[in-house]
Design a protein around this ligand. Structure first.
Ligand SMILES: O=C(O)CCC(=O)C(=O)O
Ligand SMILES: [Fe+2]
Length: 325
C-alpha cells in the first residue's frame, strides 16, 4: 500500500499572496516506483500526479546540484564557508540581485533582473552535465517509457527550465503546463525533478487537489471564449493571448485561487531522487522558499511526449530568455 500521510503540514507555508491557512493545505500522496505499474497508472489518472519517492539515485541528483552551484558560485550567491552541493544562499546579499527563474519577474525581453547570477543560471541549461546527462537520465526515461507505454517513441523535449528559487523571492504562480504546450496534443507528461532536498517550507511545488479535472475544464472554457471573442486559431494557441493573464498564468496567488475553488494545495518535503509526474492539465504552483537555513531550492521540469503524435516543436531548443514559449 502506498504511504498516505494523514496529517496536514503544520508549519506555515507562504505563497505569492500570503500565508496559506492550515485548512488550505494537505499532503501529497506518496508512491513507490516499485509498485505494480497498473496501480501507479490508476493513481496518476485519479490524482493527476504521481509522487515517486526515490526514483533516481540520490547521488546522481546531488552531483548535478553540485555542478550547478559550482558554476554559479562566482556570482557570489553562496554563503562563505559552505559547499556548492549545499547551495546555501549568502544572507548578507540582497535577494533582489539573485532573482529566481520565475515567470513575471522579468524585464521587457524576458530576462530576470540581475547580473552575473542570471547569466550563469542561463548558461547552466547548455552544460553537458545538465542537458546531455541529467535531462536524459536513463532511469527516468525508461520509467516513463514503460509507465506511458510509449516505448521507443518516448521523447524528452530539449527545452526545460532550471528553477533556482532563492530564499524569500517570488514563486511561480498558478498554472497548468498545457497552456505553454498548445502547439501539441494534450498527451504530454511533465516530470518535476527537485535537485536536492527541499524542506516543507523550502519552496517546493504545490498541487491543487483534483486540479487536473479543473484544469481541463478551464482549458475548454478558454477555447470557448476564444471562439466567442473571434480569436484566430493561431491566437487561440498563444498562451499570452488577450484572454489570458500576462505570463499565461491562471493566477499569481495560490491562496486566493484555493479560496475561489474551495480546494486544498497538496505538498510535502522532497528529497534528492524524488520525481513528481503530472498531467498537462494538473494545476500547480510553488511556495515561497522560507528555508530556515537559506537553502536555495533548485528543481527542473522535464517534459516527455509520444514522438509518434503531434507535439509542440517550439520545445525542441535549449531555453533562452524571451524565446516566446
Ligand atoms: O519549479 C517550479 O517552481 C515550477 C515548475 C513547473 O511549473 C513545472 O514543473 O511544470
Ligand atoms: Fe508547470
Amino acid at each position: 500500500m502506498p504511504h498516505v500521510a494523514d496529517s496536514s503540514p503544520l508549519i506555515p507555508l507562504y505563497v505569492n499572496d500570503g500565508l496559506l491557512r492550515p485548512e488550505q493545505v494537505g499532503s501529497l500522496r506518496h508512491s513507490s516506483p516499485h509498485e505494480p505499474l497498473d496501480d501507479l497508472r490508476r493513481r496518476y489518472g485519479h490524482d493527476g500526479y504521481l509522487f515517486l519517492k526515490g526514483l533516481l539515485p540520490r547521488e546522481d541528483v546531488l552531483k548535478a546540484r553540485e555542478a550547478y552551484f559550482t558554476l554559479l558560485a562566482p556570482s557570489g550567491v553562496l554563503a562563505p564557508g559552505t559547499l556548492p552541493v549545499e547551495g546555501v544562499f549568502d544572507k548578507d546579499k540582497d535577494k533582489l540581485d539573485f532573482p529566481g527563474m520565475v515567470t513575471g519577474s522579468t524585464d521587457g525581453n524576458g530576462r530576470p533582473r540581475g547580473g552575473r547570477f542570471v547569466d550563469l543560471a542561463l548558461q547552466a541549461h547548455e552544460e553537458p552535465w545538465y542537458k546531455d546527462e541529467f535531462c536524459k537520465h536513463p532511469t527516468l526515461h525508461s520509467f516513463i517509457s514503460k509507465f506511458t507505454g510509449w516505448g521507443d517513441n518516448t521523447l524528452g523535449l530539449t527545452r526545460s527550465l532550471l528553477r533556482n528559487n532563492t530564499p524569500q523571492n517570488k514563486a511561480i504562480g498558478v498554472h497548468y503546463d498545457q497552456i505553454f504546450l498548445r502547439y501539441g496534443e494534450d498527451t504530454s507528461m511533465t516530470a518535476w525533478v527537485p535537485m536536492g532536498d527541499i524542506a516543507l517550507d523550502g519552496g517546493g511545488l504545490i498541487y491543487l487537489e483534483g486540479g487536473h479535472t479543473l484544469g481541463r475544464d478551464i482549458e475548454t472554457s478558454f477555447y470557448d471564449l476564444a471562439k466567442e471573442t473571434g480569436l484566430s486559431e493561431e491566437e487561440t494557441r498563444n498562451a499570452f493571448n488577450k484572454n489570458m493573464m500576462s505570463g499565461g498564468l491562471l493566477a499569481d496567488g495560490p491562496k486566493e485561487f484555493s479560496e475561489a475553488h474551495g480546494r486544498k494545495w497538496l505538498t510535502t518535503n522532497y528529497e534528492a531522487g524524488d520525481v513528481v509526474l503530472h498531467t498537462p492539465y494538473t494545476i500547480h504552483a510553488s511556495t515561497i522558499n522560507k528555508d530556515p537555513n537559506n537553502v536555495i531550492r533548485l528543481g527542473t521540469d522535464l517534459r516527455f511526449v509520444d514522438s509518434s503524435r503531434p507535439y509542440d516543436r517550439r520545445w525542441s531548443n535549449v531555453y533562452t530568455f524571451g524565446d516566446g514559449v
